[in-house]
Design a protein around this ligand. Sequence first.
Ligand SMILES: [Fe+2]
Length: 445
Amino acid sequence: MTDTSIDRLGTEQLRDRIAAELERTRARTALLTDVVDDADLMRQHSPLMSPLVWDLAHVGNQEELWLVRDVGGRPPVRQDIDDLYDAFKQPRRDRPSLPLLPPGEARAYVTTVRDKVYDLLDRVRFTDGRLVADGFAFGMIVQHEQQHDETMLATHQLRSGPAVLHAPPPPEPRASVGGEVLIPAGAFTMGTDTDPWALDNERPAHRVDLPAYAIDATPVTNGQYRRFIADGGYDEPRWWSAAGWAHRVKAELSAPMHWRRDGDGWLCQRFGRWAPVRDDEPVVHVCWYEAQAYASWAGRRLPTEAEWEKAARWDPVTGRSRRYPWGDDDPTAVHGNLGQRHLWPAPVGAYPDGASPLGVHQLIGDVWEWTSSTFRGHPGFTAFPYREYSEVFFGDDYRVLRGGSFGTDRAACRGTFRNWDLPIRRQIFSGFRCARDARPEESRP
Ligand SMILES: [Fe+2]
C-alpha cells in the first residue's frame, strides 16, 4: 500500500494503518531504549546529543501536545513537564542537568499518552479539518518519533562501552555500478501537493527547469574518499572553502568521524565494534565541508537539491515525478537500506531494484546525502502546522541533506523528504555524491 492511496482508504482502514505505524514505531523506540540500563539512559554520551531518556519523554510530550490536546481536545497529562521537553527552550548540552523524568516514569508517561491516542484514534473524524485530513497529525507524530529514533541511533553510535545493538550485515552487491549518469536539460516537478503525510517543507509541487548535468551513479565510496585522504586532501587549503578550512583546522579533521588508522589501512567504529573500512561502501560521517572539499579535489561539485531530486524522481518516459526512484510503491527490503535493518551503509550495487529510471543507485537509504543548497521554503511555502517544524531553520545556516540513511525509517523518507543540518555536523549518518555541469557536446538534445 502506498501513502498516496491513503485518500482511497476507508476510515476503518486508515485507523488500522495509523495504529500499525504507531505500534511499529514504538517498538523501535523501545528497542533503542531497552538495550541499555537506566544509568546509561540518563547519561549524556556527547554534548551534541540528549540523554536517551530525554528523547523518549520528548517523543511522548509532542504526541501529547499534538494528538491528545490539539486534535483530541483532552486535558493535559503532564503540563508541568512541557518546558523540560521543549527542544527550543532546552539546548542539547543543558539537557542532562534538567530534572528529567527517570526512565521508569518516562516509560509510564509515554504509555499513558499512547493509550489516550489509541482511544482518540477510535473516535476521530478525519473530515474535521486539515490537521486530521488523511490522518496527517498522526502521520506527523509517527515521523517525529522515527526522526528521534534515528537521532537516538546516532547517540548509540557515540556511546562508549560494549556493543548492545545487533543486526545482520547489509546485502552484498548484485550489480556493478559506478561512474556518472547524464540527466538531460528540462523542467521537472519538485516537491508534492498530493502525498498526504508529506510535511510542510516538501510542499507545494512546483516546476523547476534545470540545464543538463551529470551526477554520480552511486554515493562516494570509502575507497574513493581514501584516495582524497592519501592525496593530502586534508592538508591542502585550496580544496576547501574559507569557512571549511577554518573548521578543518580548528576541529583537527583528518578523516571521517569514527575512523582510525591501522597500519596502511583504516578501521571504523560502528556501534561499539571496530571493523576494517570497506572500499565499496558509501563513506559516512563526513560533514558538509569535507564533502565540498572532496568534490573540489575530484574536479566536481555537490549537486544542488533540485538536481538530487530530479535524478531521484524524474521519469524521462512519462515526464512525471515519482514518489521514489523505483516508482510510487513504498520501500521494501529490495529497494534500499532503510529502517535500521542493518547498522551501516550497504556496498554500492546492493540495490539494483531501487535505481532510478536513468540508472542512479542508492539515492534512498544508506547515507543522507549533502547537497550544495541552503535550506529554504519551496516557492509558495506556508508553514503547517507550526513554524518551528522547519520555517525557523530557513536561511543560510543549514545545508539540505536528501534521501535518508540506513537509520531512517520508510515513514520518514520519500523522494520529496528534506533534512537539514549545520555544515560542521558529522555525527549524523551523512555522506554525499558528486555532480558536474554537462559539457556543451553532452547538452545537445
Ligand atoms: Fe523533536
